[in-house]
Design a protein around this ligand. Structure first.
Ligand SMILES: [Zn+2]
Length: 256
């Protein structure tokens, strides 16, 4: 950003964080032959707008903005934890080469996986990739809100939002299964994941629920190893963990 300030050609300072662009003079749009405005083809503004449009629904906020691969802790109870290490490695791999891939992190351990969702999203969004990090409850809430919204914009409508979730260039879906089950939420989840599966759109899924608890059509897509890498927590020492480190979804494993 420092070079843009020192450029003598910057008629408008690039205050939007975009590049300093001679082609559009940092206006970010140009006139086409018909005299209509279109995004400047030189400074990648169409991509920036796409990133923002997708990020508008994001659960990426507050502490999540500071979560990176670097500050993710793989040490658990004083020693390196294999599952957390696998989660970190696979998340980093996914963030670096997301094309056509799915990554499913399935385990019962507290907040670590959410940290990785945020780290992947931050990595991609900072690189200018339109990645959407959203929890399943937030995704459903956004759709429910659209039902009540009186809107004339297609983008903001129920179908417009659903299309955003289905077709986001990269989707990072956290807390799958935390939404509780209804026919409607199951149908939404299936529509989103089936579309992404058929189109091989990069998708990261994090869940505390056993894959068997999902609609078999959804579970089979998540487990298709041709597309999806599944990292699973099999830690046998789960019951020995302090209570505050366990989470709600795992009550059934607490039997002595
Ligand atoms: Zn430009």
């Amino acid at each position: 950003m420092t070079e843009s300030l020192s450029s003598p050609d910057a008629r408008i300072p690039p205050g939007d964080g975009g590049p300093d662009c001679d082609y559009c003079g940092n206006r970010r749009y140009v006139l086409d032959a018909q005299g209509s405005l279109k995004p400047c083809p030189q400074c990648g503004v169409a991509q920036t707008w796409k990133v923002r449009a997708v990020d508008a629904y994001s659960s990426r906020n507050g502490a999540a903005l500071t979560q990176t691969f670097f500050n993710f802790k793989t040490v658990f109870h004083g020693k390196e934890d294999e599952f957390l290490r696998d989660c970190l490695d696979s998340a980093e791999q996914f963030a670096n080469e997301p094309d056509h891939r799915w990554l499913v992190l399935w385990g019962r351990r507290g907040n670590g996986k959410t940290h990785l969702c945020a780290a992947v999203a931050n990595h991609l969004v900072n690189a200018g990739v339109a990645a959407l990090f959203i929890t399943m409850p937030d995704l459903l809430a956004a759709l429910r809100q659209a039902m009540d919204l009186q809107t004339n914009t297609e983008q903001e409508s129920y179908s417009g939002r659903l299309r955003t979730f289905k077709s986001a260039p990269i989707l990072i879906l956290d807390d799958l299964g935390a939404e509780g089950n209804s026919d409607w939420s199951d149908a939404v989840l299936f529509e989103v994941l089936d579309y992404r599966y058929r189109n091989r759109l990069p998708t990261m899924i994090v869940t505390n629920c056993a894959l068997e608890a999902f609609d078999p059509r959804i579970a089979s897509r998540m487990q298709d190893t041709a597309v999806s890498m599944v990292i699973e927590d099999n830690a046998p020492d789960f019951r020995q963990r302090p209570l505050e480190e366990r989470d709600r979804a795992t009550v059934h494993t607490d039997r002595e």
